[in-house]
Design a protein around this ligand. Structure first.
Ligand SMILES: C[S@@+](CC[C@H](N)C(=O)[O-])C[C@H]1O[C@@H](n2cnc3c(N)ncnc32)[C@H](O)[C@@H]1O
Length: 343
């Protein structure tokens, strides 16, 4: 039977849409390299010819032009004269000094994604992380062994947290929690933002000893050092007692259900009956709905053997650790606040 021309056209459009989706990898890689090369910093004050950009970034001018042309086609830059590029408002957060900078995050993705995505079949076959297969170390041991990458990782977490903190603070009322413990609190960006909003509260960051000094720097920079400290420790062994509120942002998604249960049990042991625990993460919608957490879920699988979770999955894990899911508070970011209390 002959096929209709209209039918053919629809099929072709769908086929081209799939090819375009496949090509997103090339666009993403160009974006990551632009972040690594700090192209937006070079364009911050004025447009520049590609030749000039190439000299500063030690790249080939013609090759760099082709990459800039691709990114200009996505609106990040504008070719304002032949071979001359300027930064657009859309590309502006690629600057490292932008208040909502994503430069370090994209540079980190650029450093890590090429390592693991090539071998991602390992994760699909086994359900385990690919990262240790490729590098020989789990990711946090790798960061400790490669201080340069460790610093980039911490900077990226700090910048992402600075981006999301206003949405969390607007969605959740932190008043009435005099002492707050941020478990795996990274650079201290979240606790600092909360303490700036709540001048009577005090806080502690529990972190891997590798990260404590940069957390202390951030706490000092944010002007809350008189009310906040950072201590080295291991949340698989012990979580400090004495908190009215415990925070865990982007920690649990790093780990398997078994490891999450260990962390939650240590939190429960540290909590009083009236303490609360806040898990700040994506809460995955069921069904086909799009959500940034669905990509992060695969990233967590290949990097750490971790996962993003649904509300039901959070509820089950909390119950297994003697905690009860009280409510899920959405924020205007892709992340929600999951509030839990002792059962
Ligand atoms: C994905 S980062 C999130 C950091 C921070 N909560 C944020 O949202 O910016 C996870 C953090 O857990 C810390 N971490 C990993 N294993 C740990 C352990 N066993 N004890 C304490 N912290 C740990 C890492 O150093 C890292 O800073």
């Amino acid at each position: 039977m002959g096929r209709s021309v209209a039918g053919d056209r629809n099929e072709q459009e769908r086929a081209y849409a799939l090819l375009a989706l496949g090509d997103e990898l090339i666009h993403a890689r160009a974006l990551q390299i632009a972040a690594e090369l700090r192209i937006a910093d070079l364009l911050a004050s004025r447009p520049r010819p590609c030749q000039d950009l190439a000299e500063h970034t030690e790249t080939d001018p013609e090759a760099l032009y082709r990459m800039m042309r691709l990114l200009a086609s996505r609106g990040l830059f504008h070719e304002s004269g032949t071979g001359v590029f300027e930064l657009t408002p859309m590309g502006d957060p690629l600057r490292s000094d932008h208040p909502a900078s994503v430069r370090s995050v994209l540079a980190l993705t650029g450093a890590v994604a090429p390592l693991v995505l090539g071998g991602a079949h390992h994760s699909l076959r086994t359900g385990e992380a690919t990262f240790p297969q490729v590098t020989g170390d789990p990711i946090y041991a790798h960061m400790a062994r490669h201080p340069e990458q460790g610093r980039l990782f911490d900077e990226a977490m700090r910048d992402l947290t600075r981006l999301v903190a206003p949405a969390v603070l607007d969605a959740y009322d932190f008043t009435g929690a005099p002492h707050i413990i941020d478990v795996g609190g990274g650079s201290g960006a979240l606790i600092s933002a909360i303490l700036r909003r709540e001048p009577a509260a005090s806080g502690v960051v529990l972190e891997d000893p590798r990260v404590v000094d940069s957390a202390l720097d951030e706490i000092r920079e944010e002007g809350v050092a008189d009310r906040c400290s950072a201590v080295g420790g291991d949340f698989f062994r012990e979580v400090p007692a004495g908190g009215d509120l415990y925070l865990m942002k982007w920690v649990l998604h790093n780990w398997s259900d078994e490891r999450v249960t260990d962390i939650l049990r240590n939190c429960r042991r540290a909590m009083r009956e009236d303490s609360r625990l806040l898990i700040i993460e994506s809460v995955l919608p069921s069904g086909d709905d799009a959500h940034p957490g669905k990509a992060m879920d695969l990233a967590m699988l290949v990097l750490l053997g971790g996962r993003e979770r649904t509300e039901e999955q959070f509820g089950e894990l909390l119950a297994g650790a003697g905690l009860r899911l009280e409510r899920v508070v959405p924020t205007r970011s892709p992340h929600s606040v999951v509030e839990a209390s002792p059962r």
